[in-house]
Ligand binder design. Structure first.
Ligand SMILES: [Zn+2]
Length: 430
């Protein structure tokens, strides 16, 4: 089956030259981009031809950090800092059942589809139910059971079993869009033995290992008090750092810690809105990480600390924060922010997307070229980062298959999902 995107108004390719093409065609075959040029003609009848003259086509966004079912907790316990906030959140999370994980994740997928996100990296409980939601939504998920033993010896084994069970289930399911990750929560909720065992599993199965890292000053102080070293040194001494280590937040790092992360080829994920909302104080060391060539992705974090799953906003805030913090208007460009949300996310996850080039998977977002937030068209990347509204997003394609067209989600019944979501929430609060 082929799809021919005819006469695309603009294509923001994100290729090596960051070329923006005008009135080019894109031919997609078996989920991949086969050809990009002007006036492609097809001979086969098995080809859907779409007139894209009013569209801007760009690579879909990758949300590199979230906790999808937390859509259920949107607006719950605002105005708290991370540690008191977590205490409140854990109380409610203890009440969540499989149906909540499922419908919370499905609702998150609905929002992400409407936001042009084709892929997300998730950490939460009840991953079996989340898996089901992501399969139905038809987008890509990198999913990991959140592991926490609260440093109680008796709980470590149970957590390890959970991680292993889900990873095996996910691998066996063989869904090309969904991959497992190993996701211990943080150094303050996990014992060293849990971290070590989790890393063993990740190495054995060749999976990413993800962790919240240096999100608050308290985390750093507590680590120093307990281990006489800072978090990154602690992880290094446990031999946990390598190219498959993905660290979320990273807002309280020293230059030495950044060098250690760089040497081990670890990856970092910036979540500016969550950091600002939870008043974590530290600012992501974008300049220092960039100097050391650390690959940086961008994530929203959960819908309870953001409170939306919107990569357009995330790119904008990432830019604003760095410019403001460094007193330097050219500290980070809109182009760099777009790279974080597309190319870098795909590189970190090791998937063949993030740009529009021949041979790449067709994970594409379509915008209405004439939407007020994308006009004038002189600087499309700037518009995308600084002014674009989610309402400008019309279609989303994942691996060559449309999951949304003309803002209608095809992979699920939007109204039914909303109703199920509201009902599950009422039961939870009752
Ligand atoms: Zn998080």
């Amino acid at each position: 089956m082929q799809v021919l995107l005819k006469n695309c108004g603009f294509i923001i390719t994100q290729n090596r030259d960051r070329a923006i093409l005008r009135n080019f065609d894109i031919l997609i075959e078996e989920g991949r981009i086969k050809e990009i040029k002007k006036e492609i003609s097809v001979s086969t009848k098995d080809c859907e031809i779409l007139d894209c003259r009013d569209k801007i086509v760009l690579p879909a966004f990758l949300n590199l950090h979230t906790h999808s079912p937390m859509t259920l907790l949107r607006g719950y316990k605002d105005d708290l800092e991370l540690h008191p906030w977590l205490q409140e959140i854990w109380k409610v999370e203890a009440k969540l059942k499989d149906k909540h994980f499922y419908i919370g994740a499905k609702f998150a997928c609905l929002e992400m589809i409407k936001s042009g996100i084709s892929c997300f990296l998730d950490m939460y409980f009840g991953m079996g139910s989340i898996f089901k939601a992501v399969v139905e939504a038809g987008i890509r998920g990198f999913l990991g059971e959140a592991l926490m033993d609260f440093k109680e010896e008796g709980r470590t084994e149970e957590e390890i079993k959970k991680a292993e069970k889900f990873a095996d289930f996910c691998i066996k399911a063989g869904n090309p869009l969904i991959k497992p990750v190993i996701a211990p929560h943080s150094i303050y909720t996990c014992s060293p033995s849990l971290l070590l065992r989790a890393k063993e599993i990740a190495r054995e199965k060749g999976l990413l290992f993800t962790l919240h890292l240096s999100e608050t000053r308290k985390e750093v102080f507590d680590c120093y008090r307990e281990h006489k070293k800072r978090p990154v040194n602690y992880l290094k001494d446990l031999n946990l750092l390598d190219e498959r280590f993905v660290a979320f937040h990273c807002v309280w790092l020293t230059r030495e810690e950044i060098s250690i992360l760089a040497k081990s080829d670890a990856k970092a994920v910036h979540c500016p809105i969550s950091n600002m909302k939870l008043a974590t104080g530290g600012v992501f060391p974008f300049r220092e990480m960039k100097e050391k060539n650390i690959l940086i992705g961008l994530g929203t974090d959960g819908a309870c600390s953001n409170n939306s799953l919107n990569m357009l906003e995330e790119m904008k805030v990432a830019c604003l924060l760095q410019k403001w913090f460094r007193w330097n208007a050219s500290e980070i460009s809109a182009q760099e922010a777009l790279d974080l949300a597309t190319l870098n996310g795909a590189k970190i996850l090791g998937i063949n997307s993030g740009s529009i080039e021949e041979g790449k998977d067709a994970d594409l977002v379509f915008l209405n070229k004439e939407h007020f937030s994308m006009l004038p068209s002189q600087n499309l990347v700037s518009n995308l980062v600084f002014s674009c509204s989610r309402e400008a997003i019309s279609d989303l394609m994942v691996r060559g298959r449309f999951v949304m067209r003309d803002r209608k989600v095809l992979s699920m019944d939007e109204e039914k999902t909303k109703e199920e979501f509201k009902k599950a929430l009422e039961e939870l609060i009752a």
